[in-house]
Design a protein around this ligand. Structure first.
Ligand code: PLP
Length: 429
């Protein structure tokens, strides 16, 4: 979905003008399960994929279609798939190209839910996950063998908030016919991983894209920039006959429709077989969220940078973890891929340690204490006593969580009110 307009325009216009029968400007919620075929030939050609069109809402829906076109345009990709959650997006993005007996390589810096999926559930399904510390991009090359099908990482992983070396690792993967799949949940608008060599982008749209903390959803964007056919046996499930679709070879079947082999396979096999579809109502909610996403990201980043300044000069604070405040190497990694700000996730360490972290959270009056990120509201959590409490102190430390670490997801309230709440809570520790 090539759209040369700017992000602020794409989120309002791409993929939709008005409803051809009613003139409705807002995208209607197509709350239907199924679609009347024109005649038997039409039905047969939809099922044969010689024509794209609506069959059944588990696999496609006109409301979701606009969302999919819009996110593909925003990311500079060719097509997208909306699914029931960010977790579904991650799982399907990998199951699409890795089966039992294969392996994928993942950065160690991951959202906890993804870590569990990779450390337990994918191995239960026979897919090995090899974890690699992203501080040395070359380590990804060393982990590759002939069964490696994908590399996976997050653009701006919390709690460390060290931006992933997208271009370096994407180039290593491409040299072996292996795509880099980037979870860009924490940095929409700010970073377009496809521009730096990633092949696939996944999102938890639950976070910034929805933006209002109302709906769970996920998105997978196909960059259309990866030569699956040239990868040959490295990518067997796109290049060999697929018994689950009359022996279709996806790179061949998709060719008349564009470079969409990867996402076409995900839709027509995984969504068909596993379900995990996004409801049209949630697709509508995400379309509403997307309309203000560029504006909100700007406001999130402006506020976050002021919060970082405030905390950096506060006596109770040992250290602030935010990409702009990192050493030259890490800051230049962030500068290489992020435009318009360093995001709105931030960590800080209280000099007084764990008890002070808990007291700080309990003293907050406006910031919400929740296990979430990317809401328009400001959010805070003390990982050592919550999200990371099951980890040993050593594992907490290696994941970037110290006893006094507090994570903030800075919202778009007035900055004076955010700072006032942080200030009064810091006085109570
Ligand atoms: N990826 C990241 C970076 C996340 O923070 C989350 C959720 O917190 C997910 C994926 C999973 O998304 P969802 O909760 O929509 O399944």
């Amino acid at each position: 979905m090539t759209d040369s307009k700017n992000p602020e325009t794409i989120v309002l216009h791409s993929g939709w003008r008005s409803d051809p029968t009613t003139g409705s400007v807002a995208v209607p919620i197509h709350q239907t399960t199924s679609y009347q075929f024109n005649n038997t030939d039409h039905a047969a050609s939809l099922f044969a994929l010689s024509e794209l069109g609506n069959i059944y809402t588990r696999i496609m829906n006109p409301t979701n279609d606009v969302l999919e076109q819009r996110i593909a345009a925003l990311e500079g990709g060719v097509a997208a798939l909306s699914v029931s959650s960010g977790q579904t997006a991650t799982a399907m993005s990998l199951q699409n190209i890795a089966h039992a007996g294969d392996n994928i390589i993942s950065s160690t810096d991951l959202y906890g839910g993804t870590w569990n999926l990779f450390a337990n559930t994918l191995p239960d399904m026979g897919i090995e996950v090899r974890f690699v510390d992203p501080s040395d991009p070359q380590a990804f090359e060393n982990a590759i063998d002939d069964k490696t099908r994908a590399i996976y990482a997050e653009t701006l992983p919390n709690p460390k908030l060290e931006v992933f070396p997208i271009a370096e690792v994407a180039a290593i993967g491409r040299a072996h016919g292996i795509p880099l799949i980037m979870d860009n949940t924490a940095a929409p608008i700010l970073c377009r991983p496809l521009d730096h060599g990633a092949a696939i982008v996944v999102y938890s749209s639950t976070k910034y894209i929805g933006g209002h903390g109302t709906s769970i959803g996920g998105l997978i964007v196909d960059g259309g920039n990866f030569d699956w056919a040239a990868a040959g046996d490295r990518q067997p499930y796109l290049n060999q006959p697929d018994p689950s679709y009359h022996g279709a070879v996806w790179t061949v079947a998709a060719a008349p429709l564009g470079p969409i082999a990867y996402i076409l396979k995900a839709r027509t096999t995984l969504l068909r077989d596993l379900g995990g579809a996004m409801s049209p109502f949630n697709a509508f909610q995400f379309l509403q969220g997307m309309e203000t996403l560029p504006l909100r990201m700007r406001a999130h980043c402006e506020n976050a940078s002021k919060v970082a300044d405030f905390l950096s000069s506060h006596d109770a604070v040992e250290r602030v973890i935010y990409p702009s405040l990192m050493d030259d190497n890490l800051k230049s990694r962030a500068d290489a891929v992020m435009n318009g700000g360093y995001g709105a996730l931030m960590g800080f360490e209280l000099k007084a340690g764990s008890e002070a972290g808990k007291k700080f959270i309990d003293a907050l009056q406006m910031l919400y204490h929740v296990a979430n990120i990317g809401d328009a509201r400001s959010l805070a959590i003390h990982p050592a006593s919550t999200t990371h409490s099951q980890l040993s102190p050593e594992d907490q430390f290696s994941s970037g969580v110290t006893p006094g670490y507090v994570r903030l997801s800075v919202g778009i309230e007035h900055i004076d009110d955010i700072l006032a709440d942080l200030d009064q809570a810091l006085q109570k520790i």
